[in-house]
Write a protein that binds this ligand. Structure first.
Ligand code: UT7
Length: 331
């Protein structure tokens, strides 16, 4: 799916994020599995990640992120009429985490549901919220992206535990006068789906399923390097925007080698790319909103800047959004 935004303008008016307190360094991981700080940094760029406490679940990370986003937008929970939470690690399959969050935030009139699109979930969810607002069906949306992937990792598998971390981010979407989203490109290739899967997690019975993430790292790497470039190029073309005009580039924070490849192939100056994978690892649906919130906190996002975001992950899925940045705050 690809489209240039047409109807009323919609933008991000509030953003927030939250990560667990506990920092797990590469050195600590090296005491659990056969790996080293040197290997992890060289192959992934990751130095540390946050890991949820045993009693923490997705909504414990999502709630503070959502509250921060609402506060920045100058809104209360009751102002939200559309709430979507992108995650592959909800508190439980049902009730949905978004329904639980709507209750915690005091948003009784919000339509609320969870969205499952792997690490691309946040981009899919933002596109849906955009469309709900642009069509006039909703007035104020809250989009949450977050995961507690540490719960579904095999902590004896060095090829996956070094990559992932826990975290959540949230954004409020509202109508604006100027700027806002310019377009989206979203896609899926289920043919490659089993390269990144959680066997036995649904109605398909899988004898002896481990209950842990299974990943063919090399295949996902090839897919990721391809779609980060093609999705961004297709979207820029559809929106009539030259790559030189992209001010801030936010790729999914999976592996710094994948990100460096994409920024180079796209021809975006590397200093325009936001990188925080070194501190958080791959937080799945939390990755792009965490990077956005970091970039905003660091003063890297200015009114009128063109912000290009691309996610990719399980499905296999991918998704890009192009946004003319508007200063968050009460509208
Ligand atoms: O959101 C999307 C989710 N996933 C991704 O984006 C992941 C995409 N894939 C990747 O980022 C990379 O493929 C990895 C970081 C997972 C692996 O890096 P690589 O450069 O593709 O390594 P490799 O799989 O080719 O493995 C090279 C070697 C292997 O040893 P041999 O067979 O050459 O003897 C692995 O067993 O590195 C070994 N290895 C490790 N060594 C130390 C794999 N994991 C580790 C480890 N520590 N943690």
């Amino acid at each position: 799916m690809i489209g240039r935004a047409q109807g009323p303008r919609v933008s991000i008016t509030g953003l927030g994020c939250h990560v667990p307190e506990r920092v797990v360094t590469n050195e600590e991981l090296a005491t659990l599995v056969e790996t080293s700080d040197e290997w992890i940094v060289e192959r992934t760029g990751i130095r540390e990640r946050r890991i949820a406490a045993p009693e923490e679940a997705l909504t414990d990370l999502a709630l503070p992120a959502a509250r921060a986003a609402l506060a920045q937008a100058g809104l209360e929970g009751r102002d939200i009429d559309f709430l979507v939470c992108a995650t592959v690690t909800p508190d439980m399959m049902f009730p949905t985490s978004s329904a639980l969050l709507a209750d915690m935030l005091g948003a009784p009139t919000a339509a609320a549901y969870d969205l499952l699109a792997g690490c691309t979930g946040f981009m899919y969810a933002v596109a849906q919220a955009y469309a709900m607002l642009a069509s006039g069906l909703a007035r104020r949306a809250l989009v949450v992206g977050g995961d507690v992937l540490s719960r579904i990792l095999d902590w004896t598998d060095r090829s996956t535990v070094v990559l992932f971390g826990d975290g959540a981010g949230a954004v409020v979407l509202e109508h604006v006068e100027e700027g806002g989203f310019l377009g989206f490109e979203l896609g899926a290739d289920g043919g490659g789906g089993l390269h990144l899967s959680l066997p036995g997690s649904g109605s398909r019975q899988v004898p002896d399923a481990s209950g842990f993430v299974h990943m063919n790292g090399r295949e996902v790497f090839k897919f990721a390097t391809r779609v980060l470039v093609s999705s961004a190029q297709d979207l820029l073309k559809t929106c009539g925007v030259a790559v030189e005009d992209v001010d801030v580039y936010i790729p999914h924070q999976a592996n710094v080698r994948i990100m460096n490849h994409a920024v180079g192939k796209l021809g975006i100056p590397p200093e325009r790319m936001v990188v925080n994978v070194d501190r958080y690892g791959n937080t799945s649906s939390g990755s792009i909103p965490l990077a956005l919130a970091d970039a905003d906190a660091e003063g890297r996002l200015h009114q009128g800047d063109l912000v290009l975001m691309t996610g990719m992950g399980a499905g296999l899925t991918w998704g890009s959004g192009l946004l003319e940045w508007t200063k968050p705050g009460p509208s």
